[in-house]
Design a protein around this ligand. Structure first.
Ligand SMILES: [Zn+2]
Length: 178
């Protein structure tokens, strides 16, 4: 499965890639002071070392990546669905939401066990009436709790829309190449 390193201008894309289950490092979380050639060099070496695909809106950085043999996709769109669609053109993505990875911190998430109800009760944003009715997941890094709520369904609907758009694009390409 592909792994990504995402630059500072693409924060929302980071969360979405993690929700799709992709191991995604955000430049904001790993490099100190923003910007400059030192940060570019750091990102390139990290991408190379951890075999991550670099996603950036910075043309100069993308050109550097190409020179140093780092796989890179230059993003041009501003909205997250546009970016995912753009990315799918270069890297085939599995566009399915999955409870694998924390969208906040990238750590693995796991199912909450029956004997851990107390943890759910103590988390203020968990809808208490859903405890025992829904499955919950917990991040092993930051302890954030996840469940299939309305936010989850809204994202799934947007992904379904994206899948229809990208399959249409593939269809069009096939038509024009014939
Ligand atoms: Zn987390």
């Amino acid at each position: 499965m592909e792994k990504f390193l995402v630059d500072r201008m693409l924060g929302r894309l980071v969360s979405w890639l993690r929700m799709l289950g992709y191991d995604t490092v955000y430049a904001n979380d790993v490099s100190g002071e923003g910007g400059g050639d030192a940060e570019d060099a750091f990102l390139l070496s990290l991408a190379k070392e951890e075999k991550r695909i670099l996603l950036t809106k910075d043309r100069k950085l993308a050109a550097e990546a190409r020179k140093s043999g780092v796989r890179c996709v230059l993003m041009t769109k501003n909205d997250v669905l546009g970016q995912l669609s753009e990315l799918t053109g270069s890297v085939p993505l599995r566009l399915e939401m999955t409870f694998v990875r924390c969208s906040e911190c990238n750590a693995p998430i796991r199912r909450v066990r029956e004997d851990e109800t107390q943890m759910l009760l103590e988390t203020d944003y968990v809808p208490k009436k859903m405890i025992g009715k829904l499955e919950f997941w917990v991040c092993e890094g930051c302890r954030r709790i996840y469940w299939e709520g309305s936010h989850w369904r809204a994202i799934n609907e947007r992904l379904d829309l994206l899948k229809r758009i990208t399959s249409r694009q593939v269809g069009n390409e096939q038509t024009t190449s014939e």
